[in-house]
Design a protein around this ligand. Sequence first.
Ligand code: DAH
Length: 344
Amino acid sequence: MDAIFEKVKATAEEINDYAIGSLEELEQFRIKYIGSKGELKNLFAGIKEVAPEKKKEFGQLVNQVKQQAEEKFNTIKASLGNESSASSKNSIDLTAPGEPITLGSRHPISIVKNQIIEIFSRIGFTIAEGPELESDWYNFSALNMPENHPARDMQDTYFIQQDPDIVLRTHTSNAQIRTMESQEPPIRVICPGRVYRNETISARAHCQFHQVEGLYIDEKVSFADLKQALYYFTQEMFGEGTKIRLRPSYFPFTEPSAEMDISCLICEGEGCSVCKHTGWVEILGCGMVDPNVLDNCKIDSEKYTGFAFGMGVERIAMLKYGINDIRLFFENDVRFLEQFTGIN
Ligand code: DAH
């Protein structure tokens, strides 16, 4: 009878010493000891031969060994499992489909700016650019806005602390002056670029935005030429049938000056919230270059005349694509930007 106790103890030692190095060996161990035809099951069956007063002790002993076997099985299973998943992490599945390389999109401001450039280049305009950090002369004085001129208040200006003579340009009109200083008429340029104003940021206004300036200087350039060039631009940009109207306005660098409206693209002139129920939306400022400006640039104002205009790129993009908040252009949220995928 003691022999059967000895057998259980020997099995316990065997289990303890059993070497397991792989999942296969682990399975063999399970079948040998824990499985339904395993040795521990046989040992339990041996309880028949045990004297009644020792049955309890025997039962407890076999249970202990069974527990020991199960614990060994579980610990080794866990460590082998981790190893195999760690090694599968490092291995490359060559049959897996590739990650797609997503194509970026152009920024809507670049799209619209390029469209404006393209349209004017078809009627002979070339690009001229000016600096964003500009002297008082090019940003204001040469444009017929001497120091203390009240029109300077129309453009809330960022000054450079170290040198109050330098500003972040408030408009692209500085490029007009630089072009007229360096080229002889006939001049036909458009000047795209970024401008800055100390505006409170809201859905309608930002402290940085983009403009495109236009300038045409030659003999006998008239207001009719200005109107025709702008009409051509609106038909190309917003579609045939878009109406224009010019309202008298004031800019120090043009005389006469005007603001141009187009018929509202949203309601087609019926009246809606975008056009404030007028049927018209303003898109640019323009006029005949003031002779004082030509003189400032040493261009003979008796011989030459010219027209100029300036428009906000954000404003045009908002109208064209039905965007209602200017801040979206500067946040670079890809959910906004990817809507322009495929547009050049
Ligand atoms: N510079 C003006 C502005 O930023 C826009 C403008 C108006 C430009 C009339 C022009 C012009 O060249 O003729 O408000």
